[in-house]
Design a protein around this ligand. Sequence first.
Ligand code: SAM
Ligand code: DTB
Ligand code: SF4
Length: 334
Amino acid sequence: MICSEDARTDWTRDELRDLFELPFTELLFRAAETHRAHHAPGEVQLCTLLSIKTGGCPEDCGYCSQSASANSGLKAEKLMDVDAVLAAAAEAKAAGSQRFCMGAAWREPKDRDMAAVCDMVAGVKAMGLETCMTLGMLTGDQARALKTAGLDYYNHNIDTSPEHYGNIITTRTFQERLDTLAEVRDAGMAVCCGGIVGMGESREDRVGFLHSLATLPRHPESVPVNALVPVKGTVLGDMLAGDRLIDDSEYVRTVAVARITMPMSMVRLSAGRESMSEATQALCFMAGANSIFTGDKLLTTANAGDSKDAALLAKLGMRPMTAAEPMRALERVE
Ligand code: SAM
Ligand code: DTB
Ligand code: SF4
């Protein structure tokens, strides 16, 4: 088994384009081969999300219900109490979740919030769950404080290709995203980084998006592939309302190319799974996806729910991953 340091980071855009253009069944076959070489193919990691600070975000991400510039009707809330977060984590653990991911609608955390956020990390970690947070941009000091508190993963997405990025977000740059990812790496945490498809981007943008991830100095340990959840009142939700956002087969292709180019990473079916058929989700698992968000809610939008997921996994004969594999990914970082 190779480890992520040995995985190729010199992919060219031409190579990724060629992968996308393979006949669908050939692409799937190659992705499944790669998956089986590095992961237990019948296992799926279960992660739970919690919005620890909802709404009122100063950024203008065109897809997001939590942006203050959107008219999504979402009420801005304060940072949750540590005890309430720990109660939600205990519930997630009881439902079989393995990773607990806490998200805040911030451009970046304020230093005055760091103590509470670090207490949340330490408390969740003490329950034996893997910890993940997504709080926006981080300074080096903040990244190190989170690491010291016990944070395993930091989620910070590049969202799309460098070329399409400016059509979606204007309040921070692609380069600023990369800078935060470098701080997370330097602090010794594992990186969770992916993006969204179905935002009106071209195939070439999907190539550019995955190429940016697969040529990072080190691949993200987790790669969430979100399909846009169109939210009324957001720029993209209103603009793309009624459109077919992305063809199912193109979503599966994106998952397959992520799997082939980042063989060791966990590839996560993230937002948008609720509106996907069971057959499409099964194709995604075949194409190398090995992680999902469970529970009734993502951050602010609906998710499939634990019982639906349990039924799907049982139907497909797949089992929830034990802590072993992601923990091995963490050992490779340390
Ligand atoms: N504020 C932090 C940030 O943006 O880094 C963390 C929270 S933010 C909601 C986390 C990620 O969720 C975004 O980077 C985006 O990829 C994804 N996301 C947000 N709204 C979405 C939507 N409507 N559909 C699909 N993905 C979405
Ligand atoms: C990620 O890539 N997807 C998750 C997690 N990282 C934080 C968030 C999805 C949010 C979907 C829209 C919502 O529920 O607000
Ligand atoms: Fe704010 Fe994150 Fe939503 Fe962008 S994606 S508006 S940064 S909460």
